[in-house]
Design a protein around this ligand. Structure first.
Ligand code: AGP
Length: 372
């Protein structure tokens, strides 16, 4: 009913709008006044966490994209090697796991069969399993050693939005917590990031307030056949997520690429007027990455593509090459997906509407996939 949708036309729109609160709720009570993390739910003793020599993230779909971003955070803040694997592929390749491996299973529903089978396999090998889940008491957390719940609230639309942002928050918390427990040399940076995380809900809110031009742009692209998404570093999984959203909602062909891979093949796809969305990393800090992506944008524009550029406020270097510029607030590099994903959700939702698709219930899809 309209009341259930809180006045929005679709659950998806309501859930996109709820993201600032979902992000804040997922942080609530997990950072103390001194800026330390208190993840009491992670009932794996610090003694065990200090011995972990490998982290493996298993998940499907959007949750898998959260896992890809987690890898950058975990390796950077903890220096523990981290692999990310599609849950459906994981156990069939006989993965190398033991009691010093920490497996993180990410699932909104907690009922995804592929992810459940992967975690069972990991436990059989003696690994500890930590679930990141949005559904209290569901199967995946029940079968895990510990669970860190995301507090997105119920997600009704098939396309995951607020659950994804809260999965990212949970992944950052786990990465920072592992760093804290193990006393890595990044202690100062960890404190700074914790402070930035506390502000991020307001940044998401600001992005939501500036989405009208994104909707207008989406409507003009309703008759396109393909949209490409490019990113580097954590912007690469964001590109994959933007492409997945477009496939499932707009039923359009879409692909996400690591921008550096463009020259190894995908650049042959670039055609006159092809829409290419580029997620640009911050020019601060990792400026090498930034410069490289700016030249990628130049390359595709020189071949006639229509460039849709998502870049930090104040990033002037991209202006000459952007046919459409979508601004996002400046954040630390690793946290950028929390703000960069939002325009892509709005973009896909609006394109789906423009094409007359059923936004909350896309064809052929179920909210939770309980078969292998
Ligand atoms: C995302 O928009 C999807 N509908 C889908 O990829 C989903 O993220 C995937 O099936 C995993 O679901 P889960 O988080 O409930 O395990």
């Amino acid at each position: 009913s309209a009341a259930e949708k809180g006045g929005y036309d679709y659950f998806m729109l309501k859930e996109i709008a709820e993201q600032p609160k979902a992000v804040a709720d997922t942080l609530l009570g997990r950072i103390d006044a001194s800026g330390s993390l208190t993840l009491d739910e992670v009932r794996i003793p610090p003694r065990v966490l200090r011995e972990i020599d490998k982290v493996v993230v298993v998940a499907c779909g959007t949750a898998f994209h959260a896992g890809l971003i987690a890898k950058y955070a975990i390796e950077h803040w903890t220096r523990i090697p981290c692999e990310v694997e599609l849950a459906s592929e994981f156990r069939y390749r006989d993965p190398i796991l033991d009691s010093r491996s920490l497996v993180i299973a990410i699932s909104q529903s907690g009922e995804t069969m592929d992810t459940l089978m992967a975690l069972r396999h990991a436990r059989e090998q003696g690994s500890r399993v930590l679930a990141i889940c949005n559904t209290n008491g569901s199967t995946i957390p029940r079968e895990s050693d510990a669970v860190l719940y995301t507090h997105a609230g119920p997600e009704v639309a098939v396309a995951s939005t607020k659950a994804f942002l809260t999965q990212l928050v949970a992944c950052y918390l786990v990465a920072l917590y592992l760093g804290q427990v193990r006393g890595t040399k990044w202690a100062d940076e960890i404190r700074t990031v914790v402070r930035e995380l506390a502000k991020i809900s307001g940044d998401v809110e600001r992005v939501l307030e500036t989405m009208e031009p994104v909707r207008e742009l989406a409507r003009t692209l309703a008759d396109k056949k393909t949209v490409l998404f490019l990113g580097r570093h954590v912007g690469y999984p964001v590109a994959l997520e933007g492409a997945l959203k477009l496939k499932e909602l707009a039923y359009m062909h879409a692909e996400g690429f690591a921008a550096g891979e463009l020259k190894h093949g995908p650049i042959a796809l670039i055609d006159e007027d092809l829409p290419v969305v580029v997620v640009v990393p911050s020019p601060r800090g990792r400026s090498v990455l930034h410069d490289k992506i700016v030249s990628n944008i130049q390359e595709i524009r020189a071949r006639g593509a229509r460039t849709i550029v998502i870049a930090e406020e104040g990033d002037e270097a991209v202006v000459p090459y952007a046919d459409h510029l979508i601004r996002i607030p400046a954040t630390p590099t690793l946290l950028q997906p929390l703000v960069a994903t939002v325009p892509l959700q709005v973009f896909a939702c609006e394109l789906a509407t423009a094409r007359g698709n059923e936004v909350d219930q896309p064809r052929n899809l179920a909210k939770s996939v309980t078969v292998e």
